[in-house]
Write a protein that binds this ligand. Structure first.
Ligand code: AHR
Length: 513
């Protein structure tokens, strides 16, 4: 007999974390592998428009629903000269991209990205190069992009086809400069100084911009903690956000720990917030530093059987080689759903988050060059949450059966985040059952609401005949959302039965009591 896990969730309309920050559902387009070339951009593809933007990819991006897209890197940006990507395409230089051992044609640059972002309906988030370049380059880029006109740089933008300023508000002050792999990596003090001076110079050109300082590339970095403290001691008043990056994978068959990844994410966010608050208190700074989790995802960096994927990068200099095109299964989708839950639960501090990346490179959307585009399993929790996490985030009280993990101690079998949109009259639950073999009975108690009906109820789990590794391929999307019938509403209480290893969305129509 299969045993069921049990969980009880209490939601109260008066216990909220805050408004859902729409920028939490961000993504990332880097000049890496086939994310740009043959991903979002492929002139000559049957669905491409006159600008070379793949129409099939744009359609999937709109369905996925990212709100903000970080560009152009990633490690790529630390050796990039933005001027290479402007002006007539035929005149743009071909360059070696040392970060990914690739040849960069520069056919896609700032103007193409802005046009694409407009077509996709996303806000741009632009990273400046603080690896091989610095203050002056960043200042000039802001002038080129955002100044209305009447100066050499802003007039050059107009001459290049964009008379109206791009008005880019969100800027990243470099990328992962704590990492020895980064071109121009720095010590925390070196980076803190240059971040402060660059931020000042950029704001002198446009005081409406928002700036993200580089935090640690991961909580496992040897400099983690000190990096955040020292960087913020140098630039606290000049920046608005501090970044976090995290990638996770199943290691050595330890699926229990992998499924509990969100606990690691919770701890990472809470640690960085505590460090930022320490700097704030010691420096007597008025504002509270917000966080930008601007790279996160599942990434089988160590492969499923050992070798580091990045070891395979340095084969030969090629245009858009296929790099880290992970194929995601059901387990990965459940983990991605719980990572999004962690972000929502911390939305009082994390105001921006970007799943890395958008197309082909560890991505929810995959393409074949000249061929199809399709949704990976991890597409679904992102798409559903981006569309349905609306209004306010509710602070859920959860009592769940637990299981032991090797890396993160005991973890709840049932993971949840919940939002309440007063406007839509809907409480929406985002639920995961981490139990590999057992279903879960989830009782939801709603306080301060009159539950009057069940709305959208869908679940993602292993498809018939498949298992937890089943993944989607071109023309064969086997993993996706199906209707969840096991949702009962009686006397204002809701009972949901989740299948084993699943991620679900359940909407409850409510009247405010
Ligand atoms: O997203 C892939 C890479 O991971 C990014 O370029 C880098 O910032 C991170 O290490």
């Amino acid at each position: 007999m299969t045993v069921s896990a049990a969980a009880r969730i209490v939601l109260d309309r008066d216990f909220t974390i805050g408004e859902v920050p729409r920028r939490l559902f961000g993504s990332f387009v880097e000049h890496m592998g086939r994310c740009v070339y043959t991903g979002v951009y492929e002139p000559g593809h049957p669905t491409a428009d006159a600008r070379g933007f793949r129409g099939d990819v744009l359609e999937l991006v709109r369905e996925l629903g990212p709100t903000v897209v970080r560009y152009p890197g990633g490690n790529f940006v630390s050796g990039y000269a933005w001027e290479d990507g402007i002006g007539p395409v035929a005149d743009r230089p071909r360059r070696l991209d040392a970060a990914w051992h690739s040849v960069e044609t520069n056919a896609f640059g700032l103007h193409e990205f802005m046009d694409w972002a407009h077509a996709a309906g996303v806000e741009p988030m632009y990273a400046v190069n603080l690896g091989t370049r610095g203050v002056d380059d960043a200042r000039r880029l802001v002038e080129y992009a955002n100044h209305p006109g009447g100066t050499a740089l802003s007039d050059l933008r107009a001459a290049n086809g964009a008379p109206d300023p791009f008005g880019i508000r969100l800027w990243c002050l470099g990328n992962e400069l704590d990492g020895p792999w980064q071109l121009g990596a720095r010590t925390a003090a070196e980076y803190g100084r240059i971040a402060n001076e660059t931020a000042k110079a950029m704001r002198m050109v446009d005081d409406a911009i928002e700036l993200v300082a580089v935090g640690s590339s991961g909580s496992g970095m040897p400099t983690f903690g000190d990096w955040e403290r020292v960087v913020l001691e140098h630039c606290y008043d000049e920046v608005d956000y501090l970044s976090l990056h995290a990638y996770h994978q199943e290691e050595d068959g330890d699926v229990g720990s992998f499924l509990a990844t969100a606990l690691d994410m919770d701890a990472f966010i809470e640690s960085v917030a505590a460090i930022a608050d320490g700097v704030r208190a010691r420096g007597r700074h008025a504002k509270r530093m917000m966080l930008s989790f601007d790279e996160w995802n599942v990434w089988y960096r160590l492969g499923r059987d050992g070798p580091d994927q990045l070891d395979r990068v340095s084969e030969s200099w090629r245009e858009h080689p296929a790099l880290i095109e992970d194929r995601y299964g059901v387990t990965d989708a459940v983990v991605v759903g719980t990572m999004l839950n962690s972000l929502l639960r911390h939305s009082d501090r994390v105001r921006i988050a970007n799943q890395a990346q958008l197309v082909n490179v560890i991505a929810p959307i995959r393409t074949d060059e000249g061929g199809a585009a399709w949704r990976q399993s991890i597409f679904w929790p992102f798409a559903r949450m981006a569309a349905h996490a609306r209004g306010r985030v509710l602070r859920a009280s959860v009592a769940s059966d637990r299981y032991a993990t090797a890396r993160f101690g005991d973890a709840d079998l049932v993971d949840v985040a919940a939002t309440w949109s007063e406007e839509d009259g809907c409480v929406t639950l985002f639920l995961a059952n981490r139990g590999l073999d057992e279903g879960a009975d989830v009782d939801v108690v709603l306080r301060g609401f009159d539950a009057v009906g069940v709305g959208l109820a869908e679940v993602l789990d292993a498809p018939e005949g498949g298992d937890r590794s089943t993944a989607n391929d071109a023309g064969a999307e086997r993993v996706g959302m199906r209707r969840l019938d096991a949702v009962d509403l009686a006397d204002g209480a809701v009972r949901v039965r989740l299948p084993a290893l699943s991620w679900a969305i359940v909407g409850i129509a409510v009247l405010s009591a």
